[in-house]
Design a protein around this ligand. Structure first.
Ligand SMILES: NC(=O)C1=CN([C@@H]2O[C@H](COP(=O)(O)OP(=O)(O)OC[C@H]3O[C@@H](n4cnc5c(N)ncnc54)[C@H](OP(=O)(O)O)[C@@H]3O)[C@@H](O)[C@H]2O)C=CC1
Ligand SMILES: CC(=O)N[C@@H](CCC(=O)OP(=O)(O)O)C(=O)O
Length: 336
C-alpha cells in the first residue's frame, strides 16, 4: 500500500480526490488537511456543511495544520488541492524528502518564472522544481509522468481545450494562419468553494471574463505549441466545462481525416470518448472522469466540441489518472 495525504481536502477538488483515493485498492489515505486556521479544522470531511455525500464513505477528520513533519516519514504521495501560492510553498518540502507530489494548482505548470509574475502575481522561488515538473496531461505525457516526482496537473480549461486540438496539430491538419478560437463555459465550482458575491448563485447568469488576459491562455499556448484565442465564460450551473473550438483546416482536409486523427490518438485511451456523430453535452460527463469530443466540418471551418467535469477530468480524476500511470496501475483504477 502507498500512503497518501490530501492537502486542501475540504475544497471541491480535494473532496473528489479523497473520494477516489479512499476507494483505491493500493492507497492508504493517511491524512486530510486544511490550513492551520481553517474554520473546518476538526470537522469530518463528511460533515453536513462540508461534503455530506461522503457520510459513511469517508468519515475522516480534517486536520488544520501547516506543520507536516509528523507525516513526512510515513507519506509516499502528496496531493496538493490548494491555491497556487500555497502549492508553490508546500511542494518543495515534500519533494526534498523524496515524496511524489501531484499539484492540482497552476504553480508548476509552466516553466517560465515570468509567467508567474505576469499571470499569478508572485515571484516563483523554486526554479529547480519548475524545471523538473512534468505537465500531467495524462494522454500526452504518459512516458514522462511514469518517471516524474512532481506532476503539475493541468488546469480545467486547458485540459478541455488541448485534448481535441492536439491530435489535429500532430497530424498537421490545421491551417496555422488562423488561430483556433476557444470559447469555454465553466460551472461555478471552477471558482472553488469559497463564496464571493460574484460567483453566488443569484448573481451568475452567463458572462465572459478574462478577455485576452486569463492565465490559461499562455498555459494552453505553451503546451500546445500553437497560438490560440481563449475566452472563458461563467455559467449558472454547478459542474462541468463545455468548450467550443473553431479553427480552419488545410485545403482538402475531410471529416474522415479529422475522425481518423482523433481515433489515432484516443481509440485506446479509456477516458476520452470520440463521437462519430452528434455532439457531446455536459450531462454525458458530469460526475464522470471522461473528456468527450465531437466535431463538425463545413468547407475549411472546423468546430470541435469538448466537454468534461472541471472537478474530475479537469482536476481530481486527471490527478488520480496520473498517479495510476506514475505507479504502474491501470489508468482508470478507482475512477470508473
Ligand atoms: N475547482 C476547479 O474546477 C479546479 C481547481 N483547480 C485547482 O485546484 C486547487 C484547488 O481548487 P478548489 O478545490 O476549487 O479550491 P477550494 O477553494 O474549493 O479549496 C481549497 C482548499 O485549500 C484549503 N486551504 C486554503 N489555504 C490552505 C493552506 N494554507 N494550507 C492548506 N490548505 C489550505 C482550503 O481549506 P481552508 O481554507 O479551510 O483551509 C480548501 O480545503 C486550486 O489550485 C485550483 O486552481 C484545478 C482545476 C479545476
Ligand atoms: C470558473 C472559474 O473561475 N474557473 C477558474 C479556473 C479554475 C482552474 O482550473 O484552474 P486553475 O487550477 O488553473 O486555477 C478561473 O477562471 O480562474
Amino acid at each position: 500500500m502507498l500512503k497518501a495525504i490530501v492537502i486542501g481536502a475540504s475544497g471541491y477538488a480535494g473532496a473528489k480526490l479523497a473520494y477516489y483515493l479512499n476507494k483505491h485498492p493500493h492507497i492508504e489515505l493517511i491524512a486530510l488537511t486544511v490550513s492551520e486556521n481553517s474554520k473546518d479544522g476538526g470537522k469530518l470531511i463528511s460533515d453536513n456543511n462540508l461534503h455530506p455525500q461522503l457520510k459513511g464513505v469517508i468519515d475522516l477528520p480534517l486536520i488544520a495544520t501547516s506543520d507536516y513533519s509528523s507525516y513526512i516519514n510515513d507519506v509516499d504521495i502528496v496531493f496538493l488541492a490548494t491555491e497556487h501560492s500555497v502549492s508553490h510553498d508546500i511542494a518543495p518540502y515534500f519533494l526534498e524528502q523524496g515524496c511524489t507530489v501531484f499539484d492540482l494548482s497552476g504553480a508548476y505548470r509552466v516553466n517560465s518564472p515570468e509567467f508567474y509574475t505576469d499571470y499569478y502575481g508572485f515571484t516563483h522561488q523554486h526554479q529547480k522544481w519548475l524545471n523538473k515538473a512534468v505537465y500531467g496531461l495524462a494522454e500526452w505525457n504518459y512516458e514522462k509522468i511514469k518517471q516524474a516526482q512532481l506532476i503539475a496537473v493541468p488546469g480545467c480549461y486547458p485540459t478541455a481545450a488541448q485534448l481535441p486540438l492536439k491530435p489535429l496539430i500532430e497530424e498537421k491538419l490545421l491551417d496555422n494562419t488562423q488561430w483556433p478560437v476557444i470559447n469555454a463555459v465553466s460551472g461555478v465550482s471552477g471558482a472553488g468553494r469559497k463564496s464571493t458575491h460574484n460567483n453566488s448563485f443569484c448573481e451568475v447568469s452567463l458572462h465572459a471574463y478574462g478577455l485576452f488576459t486569463h492565465r490559461h491562455q499562455p498555459e494552453i499556448v505553451k503546451h500546445l505549441g500553437q497560438q490560440v484565442i481563449f475566452t472563458p465564460h461563467l455559467g449558472c450551473f454547478k459542474q462541468g466545462i463545455h468548450a467550443t473550438i473553431t479553427c480552419r483546416v488545410k485545403e482538402d482536409v475531410t471529416a474522415q481525416d479529422i475522425l481518423n486523427a482523433l481515433n489515432k490518438y484516443y481509440k485506446d485511451k479509456p477516458l476520452i470518448r470520440v463521437y462519430e456523430k452528434d455532439w457531446p453535452s455536459l450531462k454525458a460527463v458530469v460526475n464522470l472522469p471522461y473528456c468527450d469530443i465531437g466535431f463538425a466540418l463545413k468547407d475549411r471551418h472546423l468546430i470541435l466540441i469538448s466537454v468534461e467535469d472541471n472537478l474530475l477530468k479537469g482536476a481530481a480524476a486527471q490527478a488520480v489518472q496520473c498517479m495510476n500511470i506514475r505507479f504502474g496501475y491501470e489508468q482508470t483504477l478507482s475512477l470508473l
